[in-house]
Write a protein that binds this ligand. Structure first.
Ligand SMILES: Nc1nc2c(ncn2[C@@H]2O[C@H](COP(=O)(O)OP(=O)(O)OP(=O)(O)O)[C@@H](O)[C@H]2O)c(=O)[nH]1
Ligand SMILES: [Mg+2]
Length: 333
């Protein structure tokens, strides 16, 4: 019997539901479904399933039999569950493989629609969906892929894996307060005193439909101790690998200098825009954007400005098909 093949249809990231597609001979599929389902589902049917390994229960989930040779398993979307599911599938003789798109998405009417469905499962950002939902029609209208399409596809990669955005600037200007406002929950400690954030604080958040890995960096202190200086060195290494640096300051605090070698796009943001002197402060001149986290003012505008630094309106609004390729949507590590 040819072994079953399987692939993830959802990214290896936390999510509500994870989706595994299985494809192979119907007898092999029956055997695997019998190992986890109470009653093997017939074509078009579903069954509750229970996954367990030598450590105990992995999870409860749902199985769907799309065709005699294709089924989907849906456990919850925890990363640890996914890791144990991989081992469970291997222990039941299934082989991880790149499956053809039509095997993973038998409900799709065309190969282009199936490729777009696969890509949608791979993308971290909601903005990708607008480009993928009518991929079929776009492909028909666009004709052959051009060099400009490939260059755009390269830029659209920020929609696939979350890019890194850091916030840096003088101490005590409100970087952590802004971080918490954008995350809509308290992830970073804030305080009236300078030097509150001692280590980089990462949080995954969404800015105008683009998912990013945001990092709140320790503030730049005027008279750093040896420990502060080493924290600043770590922070500048992180900033050097970011896609966008949000360079933040507050009225009267001046704009900090940045190492000119950083390849990141730099967005200058004036924080504490609710301060009485904010309207006339010198820092306003150099600012690309201004906001007040305390008064929830200007946050949407800031999110749009950062999103535009990551991916332009022109690239998102371009009616041509997104020329993604198989390498941009790997289902299998
Ligand atoms: N008026 C006003 N105050 C703010 C605003 N955001 C932050 N603050 C105040 O600024 C102070 C510093 O806030 P933090 O968010 O801890 O500043 P930080 O830049 O992260 O500071 P470090 O971690 O030390 O670098 C606190 O007293 C905040 O209440 C704002 O939008 N308006
Ligand atoms: Mg802070």
């Amino acid at each position: 019997m040819i072994p079953l093949r399987w692939a993830w249809c959802t990214p290896m990231q936390p999510g509500a539901i994870a989706l595994v597609t299985l494809h192979g001979e119907s007898a092999a599929l029956d055997a695997l479904l019998a190992a986890c389902c109470r009653g093997v589902p017939a074509q078009g049917g579903t069954a509750r399933c229970h996954f367990a390994d030598p450590l105990g229960t992995i999870d409860d989930g749902i199985a769907v039999r799309a065709s005699p040779t294709t089924a989907m398993l849906m456990p919850h979307g925890g990363v640890r569950i996914a890791q144990r599911m991989q081992a469970w599938l291997r222990s039941h003789g299934a082989i991880e493989a790149r499956l053809p798109d039509h095997a993973i998405f038998p409900e799709c009417a065309s190969p282009h629609a199936a490729a777009a469905a696969r890509m949608a499962g791979r993308c971290a950002s909601r903005r990708a969906l607008g480009l993928l939902l009518d991929h079929d029609a776009r492909m028909e209208r666009s004709g052959p892929t051009t060099a400009a399409d490939l260059a755009r596809a390269q830029r659209l990669r920020v929609l696939i894996d979350p890019p890194t955005v850091v916030i840096a600037g003088p101490s005590n200007v409100g970087k952590s307060t802004l971080t918490n406002a954008l995350a809509r929950r308290p992830v970073s400690v804030t305080d009236d005193s300078a030097g509150t954030t001692r280590d980089p604080v990462p949080v995954r958040l969404e800015l105008d439909g683009v998912t990013v890995d945001w990092i709140d960096l320790p503030g730049l202190l005027e008279e750093p101790s040896a420990i502060d200086a080493s924290a600043a060195a770590i922070a500048s290494r992180i900033a050097a690998s970011a896609s966008v640096i949000v360079l933040a300051t507050a009225p009267g605090r001046g704009w900090p200098m940045l190492a000119p070698t950083s390849p990141a796009k730099i967005l200058r943001v004036l924080l504490q825009d609710d301060q009485p002197d904010a309207a006339r402060c010198a820092e306003r001149n150099g600012a690309d954007s201004a906001c007040s986290a305390r008064c929830a003012m200007g946050l949407d505008g800031l999110a749009i400005a950062i999103r535009r630094a990551l991916v332009s309106d022109a690239d998102l609004d371009d009616p041509r098909a997104w020329a993604f390729d198989a390498d941009q949507s790997p289902m299998v590590e």
